[in-house]
Design a protein around this ligand. Structure first.
Ligand SMILES: NC(=O)c1ccc[n+]([C@@H]2O[C@H](COP(=O)([O-])OP(=O)(O)OC[C@H]3O[C@@H](n4cnc5c(N)ncnc54)[C@H](O)[C@@H]3O)[C@@H](O)[C@H]2O)c1
Length: 347
């Protein structure tokens, strides 16, 4: 069995590779990534890609068709992967997150693959505070990033059939330590701030709702989706991935960090305009159709995992919000130094 993981050299990819290597010890695991963050490792352990059989460097926008030969399952992680980057690089966000995903799903199907797993996002629910959003709720994508995921889901649906399943996993906001850690994520930011400054600076009024999920649990869901049968959810399934216990208000996340890392001050910005992105999500469908794969990591464990990971690399940069651990800073630095052109292609 050959599994192709597109976008494996980011924050979540290394955990996905680790999980798939354990679940499919004899599979041929192939990685493909443009490599924007490939060098930005935050581990003193082995290079995550040594668990793969092959690593390719390339662009999903110009994917070499032959690399799809013999592939049985495709995991599509490649993305311009958050709202600030989507705002800065709107057209490229649509090209990478949406158009290339559709092209590659069609290619995979034509080449005889059996399943396509698309990393979608709960952010397509937008502002949705009145009650839990389930898979039948109206979508309200507010940003270029969320729109790219919404368009991709819509156009993936007609490609699926009984012999080619498509699963769009609508993940909550990721958290947890990774060999390619990123700190542009709310819980990761809070823990890094707590460790380096003893303070958590909440940029909003703390009231927005966010469903969170640990990256190990995201990898477990991808594992499930690879072998999902079409009689369990249909040939194309869009499904919320997370846990009903993990819908948190941002200020609650800060409180849990403070429980694990004592003597931390929490500073809430009461003067800011309220955050338009706020949503609570219903994960009951996932619980019912994938009971063995529902999230396991607790929020306290996630905080401890981040704390020990950051300590293991001697992390002490209190100015990390200006550093390359924020993905947008990395892309801008590549551009500023002439390494990437306007289209975010390597020069
Ligand atoms: N991190 C989260 O909170 C979260 C939540 C929900 C969904 N997701 C989705 O999960 C996926 C993985 O997220 P992540 O946090 O690891 O993102 P990431 O930005 O860390 O990794 C994405 C990877 O895609 C690669 N990539 C970008 N453009 C490419 C191109 N043109 N060709 C080939 N590779 C390209 C990048 O180099 C990077 O390694 C993304 O699709 C993201 O939208 C993430």
């Amino acid at each position: 069995m050959k599994i192709l993981i597109l976008g494996n050299l980011g924050y979540i990819g290394p955990l996905v590779v680790e999980r798939l290597r354990k679940s499919y010890p004899n599979a041929i695991l192939v990685g493909f990534d443009i490599g924007y963050y490939a060098h930005a490792l935050t581990t003193i352990s082995r290079l995550p890609e040594t668990l793969l059989d092959v690593q390719y460097y390339g662009d999903v926008r110009t994917f070499p068709e032959d690399l799809m030969n013999g592939v049985v399952a495709v995991v599509y992680l490649a993305a311009i992967s958050n709202d600030p980057m989507g705002k800065e690089f709107e057209d490229i966000t649509l090209d990478v997150n949406y158009r290339s995903a559709i092209y590659l799903a069609k290619l995979a199907k034509n080449k005889g693959a059996k399943s396509f797993i698309f990393a979608s996002s709960c952010s397509l629910y937008g502002f949705a505070e009145s009650g839990l959003r389930n898979e039948n709720s109206e979508l309200n994508p507010l940003t270029a990033y969320a729109k790219s995921k919404t368009c991709a889901e819509q156009d993936l649906e007609p490609i699926a059939n009984d012999s080619f399943s498509i699963t769009c996993l609508r993940f909550g906001t990721a958290c947890g330590f990774s060999p390619r850690l990123r700190l542009d994520l709310v819980l990761n930011d809070f823990v890094a701030n707590a460790i380096t400054t003893g303070k958590i600076k909440i940029l909003s009024d703390g009231k927005p709702w966010r469903p969170l999920i640990h990256i190990k649990d995201m990898a477990r869901a991808i594992d499930w989706a690879i072998s999902r049968r079409v009689n369990n959810g249909g040939s194309c399934l869009s499904i919320n991935i997370g846990s009903n216990e993990w819908n948190y208000q941002v200020k609650e996340l800060a409180e849990v960090v403070k429980l694990v890392i004592p003597n931390v001050d929490i500073n809430i910005n009461h003067n800011t305009a309220s955050d338009k992105r706020s949503y609570q999500v219903d994960f009951s469908l996932f619980e019912s159709i994938a009971p063995d794969f529902i999230p396991k990591v607790s929020l306290e464990e996630a905080v401890k995992d981040l704390q020990s990971g950051l300590e293991s690399i001697g992390f002490s940069d209190s100015n990390f919000r200006s550093s390359n651990l924020m993905r947008i800073n990395m892309l801008k630095e590549h551009k500023r130094n002439g390494r990437l052109n306007e289209q975010l292609e390597w020069v």
